[in-house]
Design a binder for this molecule. Structure first.
Ligand SMILES: Cc1ncc(COP(=O)(O)O)c(C=O)c1O
Length: 488
């Protein structure tokens, strides 16, 4: 044996094993004690400096690295695992999913389409997603990093299957301009996808919305007509199943009808809202979802799984595969062995070749808890959003800024009157920073009709009613303090 040969394995597994046990214990303590920690706190400058070091040429050792994690990382994470985090649209993860991530790390499979368990598990998860969302039986799907990539894949399938252009073979130069239609409330990831797919920002038609922030169908139909008359090729309509700002749900059936009539692809961005379809009571609000030609959603938002876990479902294997299939002799499926062709080739369903074993945490998490638990949690979040809206409406110094369609509540502190929008925007901007810096609650923000809003997207399985009561109390207390400061 060549004594100079090395590996990354430790000389003694027992020491690392012991450290691993401690990490697991510490992380369970962390999860069990989340409620008593600040939701978020900024990292002191001195510690930030310790994360601007040159790469370590020499070993620091496992114990020291873990000590650094405890000092530099753990106290200053985003905080989205906390029961009072409702900013942006985040999930919390769970104990089982955390362990599953560890198991996935141990086997370190790349789920490309090998004849292995990873491929079977992901295929199983995709089938489950179709079933619980009530999406088409014949659909295919793929797990992705998140909603942004899921939208990208849906739009890429639309573009690469568009007969009017041979985008996959010849690119877009010389082809008639393609156009994409989505409400003005559509998430920025759709804009990014349009840009990345070479269509250009100007190809995205932002259609106005109604008072409930849903796309106006007549305006959409008129935009398509205008584009056709100008020689453009309408490629795709994007519907929203839960907009990022307010949780608005477009008339998906109405959009599907227009898409069918016009012969254009119908993609639904259901990043979080699509997950409401797993509840029989909420599903009617998403009527038409099943008619999407492609559907993007996230399991790391309203299914509470750890990052990263997005998914795209596509109506047919042929179209899905046509969008990403390629020729490479070193990747051609074999008759037998690890590369046997009998598996789903995930590498032909999306842009990635090497892919992490994302499916394991989802498979284990769904089996551990059962889908009914997720149904109940989603319904619980919807009830909590309605409760928060009630609290806001009942408070004379708070204002609800948008109808609560699902699980997103937008509000502002307005004092006892006499303040204009500009002043209120300044007050609420400052109020939000103070709330976050206090570590008590973390909502995020948006702007609705020029009004700065505190925004709570309730995709949190750890929140309780009392957390929303505290939220409202804090907004009123900090808001009143700000007005007092203003009046000197
Ligand atoms: C409606 C909507 N679409 C797409 C996305 C992008 O998803 P991701 O952050 O997982 O890429 C989000 C993120 O919040 C969203 O709310």
């Amino acid at each position: 044996m060549d004594s100079a040969e090395e590996s990354l394995d430790p000389e003694s597994w027992s020491e690392l094993r012991e450290l691993g046990h401690r990490m697991v214990d510490d992380m369970f303590d962390y999860l069990a004690g989340l409620r008593d920690r600040p939701v978020w706190q900024p990292m002191p400058d001195e510690l930030r400096g310790r994360l601007r070091q040159p790469p370590p040429d020499e070993p620091e050792g496992a114990q020291r690295v873990y000590a650094d994690f405890r000092t530099l990382v753990l106290p200053y994470v985003t905080g989205n695992a906390h029961p009072r985090f409702w900013g942006w649209v985040c999930g919390q993860g769970s104990g089982m999913a955390m362990l599953a991530e560890m198991l996935a790390g141990a086997v370190n499979s790349s789920v490309d389409g090998f004849d292995d368990a990873g491929t079977q598990v992901e295929a199983q998860v995709i089938e489950w997603c179709k079933t619980i969302l009530g999406y088409r039986d014949e659909a295919t799907g793929i797990l992705l990093s998140g909603g942004s990539m899921a939208n990208f894949v849906g739009l890429a399938v639309a573009r690469n299957n568009c007969d009017a252009v041979a985008a996959k073979r010849s690119g877009l130069s010389g082809a008639p301009p393609l156009t994409v239609y989505a409400s003005a409330e559509t998430h920025s990831s759709v804009q990014k996808s349009v840009q990345l797919l070479g269509l250009g920002t100007e190809a995205l038609r932002k259609i106005p919305v109604d008072e409930r922030h849903r796309v106006r169908l007549p305006a959409l139909a008129a935009a398509i007509e205008t584009d056709r008359a100008a020689g453009r090729v309408p490629l795709c309509i994007v519907g929203n199943a839960g907009t990022v700002n307010t949780g608005a749900i477009d008339d998906l059936d109405g959009l599907a009808d227009i898409a069918e009539r016009e012969g254009v692809w119908f993609h639904v961005d259901g990043a979080f809202g699509a997950c409401a379809a797993i509840s029989a009571t909420l599903r009617p609000r998403l009527a038409g979802l099943e008619r999407a030609d492609s559907l993007a959603f996230d399991l790391h938002k309203w299914m509470y799984f750890p990052y990263e876990a997005g998914c795209t479902l596509v109506r047919s294997d042929a179209e899905h595969r046509a969008a990403f299939q390629y020729d490479a002799p070193y990747m051609a499926p074999a008759e037998r062995g690890l590369a046997a062709a009998r598996n789903q080739q995930f590498t032909e369903y999306g842009p990635q070749l090497s892919r992490g074993f994302r499916a394991l945490k989802i498979w284990m998490g769904l089996k551990e808890q059962g889908v009914d638990k997720f149904r109940r949690l989603i319904e619980q979040n919807v009830r909590q959003a309605a409760y928060l809206a009630e609290l806001v409406t009942a408070a004379p110094d708070l204002e609800l800024l948008a109808p609560v369609e699902l699980n997103v509540v937008c509000l502002r502190y307005c004092g006892t009157g006499g303040l204009g929008d500009d002043q209120l925007n300044d007050i609420n901007r400052e109020l939000l920073s103070r709330l976050q810096e206090s570590g008590t609650v973390v909502p995020s923000h948006t702007v609705l009709d020029g009004r700065f809003a505190l925004r709570a997207a309730i995709t949190n399985h750890r929140s309780r009613r009392e957390d929303f009561e505290l939220f409202v109390e804090e907004v009123r207390k900090v808001g009143a303090g700000l007005i007092a400061e203003l009046r000197g």
